[in-house]
Design a protein around this ligand. Structure first.
Ligand SMILES: N[C@@H](CCC[C@H](N)C(=O)O)C(=O)O
Length: 275
């Protein structure tokens, strides 16, 4: 933490109930450390969030983004936070198209008919790119329930079930997140088919636990559903916190859904000094 003497402004936003603290470090040094992320992510002694997103300057893009989980670890991708920040910067600048540098690569965001879409990039299906710990066919991972492995800049393990409502999400999610098949742990999704190109999805996020929605997870679920012949490439997903849409095109998987700003506040100098 470089800025302990001063308070630090932030915003709270959410996308379909997947909630974020947004720190805007454009024009200054980045401030997030694992300790700050974990302290702020504490819903009792901090602010509480599923992810923290920190904006910063990017030479060759409109902005850059880092993502942190509430356990203080970093994530390579966060679809819902990317949508929230894109919407915020589009409102700020009046622009309808942005490029966003993330650990996953350069992502495009577009506002079409009032809805912000983000291209989360092409899915990764090779075992070493997801990554898995040994060569495997990612379409049939060697785990009970025959899940599909998908990389979206972060790892996902997608279980196709008869009824996602009936899954013991906490127990199964926690176990699969740390299965040795995933050297970097994994996000875990359970999906079931509700109708044509319409999925129910529940999610356990790596580094956070059960969340109301996960954007990269929705993209991974759509990819798994297409690869297993369940749906076409454009899919509606009903999550606990709302509805997301994923559209797998030649240039990547596009994601949209609701976004909301909840409040703006500042971290006190006392809170920061205690880290
Ligand atoms: N909520 C996210 C995913 C956040 C990162 C994830 N927990 C990880 O560690 O990979 C989303 O909307 O994509």
């Amino acid at each position: 933490m470089t800025n302990t003497a001063q308070s630090l402004p932030f915003r709270k936003m959410h996308g379909a109930g997947n909630d974020f603290v947004i720190l805007d470090s454009r024009g200054r040094d980045r401030v997030t450390t694992p300790k700050l992320a974990a302290a702020l992510g504490d819903r009792h002694r901090g602010v509480g969030f599923d992810q923290l997103a920190e904006l910063h300057d990017a030479g060759n893009a409109d902005l850059a983004l880092d993502f942190w989980n509430s356990d203080g670890t970093m994530a390579g991708a966060c679809g819902n936070a990317t949508r929230c920040v894109a919407s915020m910067v589009m409102d700020e600048t009046g622009r309808d198209a942005l490029t966003i540098r993330t650990a996953r690569g350069l992502l495009a965001a577009e506002r079409r008919n009032g809805r912000v879409w983000v291209n989360m990039g092409p899915p990764l299906t090779d075992w070493d790119k997801i990554p898995l710990s040994a060569p495997q066919d990612s379409l049939h991972l060697p785990l009970d329930g025959d899940p599909v492995g998908v990389g979206m800049g972060n790892p996902h393990c997608v279980f196709i079930t008869h009824d996602a409502e009936k899954v013991a999400l906490e127990e199964q999610g926690a176990r699969v997140e740390r299965d040795p098949l995933f050297p970097e742990r994994t996000n875990v999704e359970f999906i079931s088919l509700l109708g044509e190109d319409h999925l129910r999805m529940r999610v356990w996020e790596r580094g956070t636990g059960v969340t109301l929605a996960c954007g990269s997870g929705a993209c991974a679920a759509a990819v798994a559903a297409v690869r297993r012949g369940l749906t076409g490439p454009r899919v509606v997903l009903d999550l606990d916190g709302g509805r997301l849409e994923a559209d797998w095109r030649d240039d990547g998987v596009w994601l949209t859904g609701p976004v909301a700003e909840v409040f703006r506040a500042e971290l006190t100098a006392e809170f920061l000094a205690g880290l």
